[in-house]
Design a protein around this ligand. Sequence first.
Ligand code: CIR
Length: 257
Amino acid sequence: MFKNAIVRTPGQSVIDGIDDYADLGTPDYTKALAEHQAYVKALESLGVKVTVLDALEAYPDSCFVEDPAVVVTGKFAVITNPAKQSRNGEREAIKSAIQANYLAEQIFEITAPATLEGGDVMQVEDTFYIGLSARTNQAGIDQFTAIAKQFDMAVVAVPVKQVLHLKTGVTYMGNNQMLVSGEYIDHPAFAAFKQLKVPAGEDYAVNCIQNGDKVLMPAGFPGVKALLTGAGLSVVEAEMSEFEKIDGGLTCLSLRF
Ligand code: CIR
């Protein structure tokens, strides 16, 4: 379970966020801000202490703090190397928030030519499933693996073909249960888990945040809600319409530890 989260308020520049996948129009800044505030409240309702960082107008996607860092509760943190030029400066911007929570010897960095984004890193107990994607390359996975090894943690690389990041297609719901959609339904990498299969048309809702017996999910996906409730989880919903327009999901908006 995690007790802390770091988020960053979206700036007005969020309307210029990268949109490689969704085709849903431009986010409304005022609405995005309101959804972000509700997201913070929803995390707090899961018993989490939330640190809110100031908006960074220079980086339109900087509210997606999950990508420039990976945090592992009580063990280590990694400053990543985001692949997109417009996001790369976010790695410097997130450092002080990481340094406030981890000792210098616990903080590592992914360095070029390696690229890696936190959205591709899914921790399941002592194993990290890492997406080999348009944003995370093999060198990034190799560097992360060397870091994880020092903490007796393993890495399994998983190809990402149809979605942005690994966690845009699969998230872990605890208790050996994997919420899977699209290319990850019946995927061999997750064969050992009980699969919770996202129904067609609700793929966006695969990106959920589980904490103990609670789960935060995007509002408006009754099939996934029924699936999670049926799995014994108590569901909290958050409106995500404006972030969905720039390919952002629930996990992207926070670092949790
Ligand atoms: C991007 O394309 O980088 C942002 N518009 C969305 C990032 C989403 N992050 C995530 O899934 N971890």
